[in-house]
Design a protein around this ligand. Structure first.
Ligand SMILES: [Zn+2]
Length: 200
């Protein structure tokens, strides 16, 4: 082993992060160790506290350190417009657009028959309950265009069939299977503007 065990542990940790290979992990671990003790202490405390206190919002499922997230609590946002997303990372992507003034619903997963993930395994029942309480709601389904995303989109459309809900989906400028949070702001903005209605 080139590195002492304790340093090796830090390298192994960094390698778990997306896009970090062996070399980058080594560089990051060595650079971290060079930070003053106080900074390392603060950083490790922030990590533990974030992990302990961040949890899904009771209404929309977005990550928050409160019961109800700031977006759901914002009275200036349109409560009848709900953008449905796979994960909370996509919420940050939409918020970066700066012009979306609706709310969100984070599914925290997608229906996947091959992986045995059904609608009851994701945050979907609460979306239906939420929609039923609204007057003239509009749902924007902004899910991946892979099998799981399509299955979930179809399921939501079917289950709300006949109800007074306007359902649209992002236009097809989004590459197949792409994660929403990896799409550049301009493409996402255009896909949102050009959204296509899919409900009757
Ligand atoms: Zn919320």
């Amino acid at each position: 082993m080139v590195y002492p065990k304790k340093l090796e542990d830090i390298i192994e940790f960094y390698k778990k992060l997306p896009g970090i290979g062996e070399k980058s992990a080594e560089r990051m671990a060595l650079a971290t160790l060079e930070l003053p003790f106080e900074q390392i202490n603060n950083f490790s405390l922030s990590l533990v506290e974030a992990k302990e206190h961040l949890k899904p919002c009771k209404i929309c499922g977005h990550i928050t350190d409160k019961e109800i997230c700031d977006i759901c609590n914002d009275e200036t946002r349109d409560k009848n417009l709900i953008c449905v997303l796979e994960d909370y990372k996509s919420v940050f992507a939409f918020e970066k657009l700066g012009n979306y003034r609706g709310n969100y619903h984070v599914l925290n997963g997608l229906i996947s028959p091959t992986e045995d993930i059904g609608y009851e395994d994701i945050n979907l029942t609460s979306l239906i309950e939420r929609v039923e309480k609204l007057e003239k709601p509009e749902l924007i389904l902004a899910l991946k265009s892979n099998i799981e995303g399509e299955t979930t989109t179809l399921f939501i459309t079917k289950i709300l069939e006949g109800k007074d809900v306007l359902i649209s989906r992002l236009s097809y400028g989004i590459p197949i299977g792409a994660d929403i949070d990896y799409i550049d702001v301009m493409t996402l903005d255009k896909a949102l503007d050009d959204r296509k209605q899919i409900s009757e």
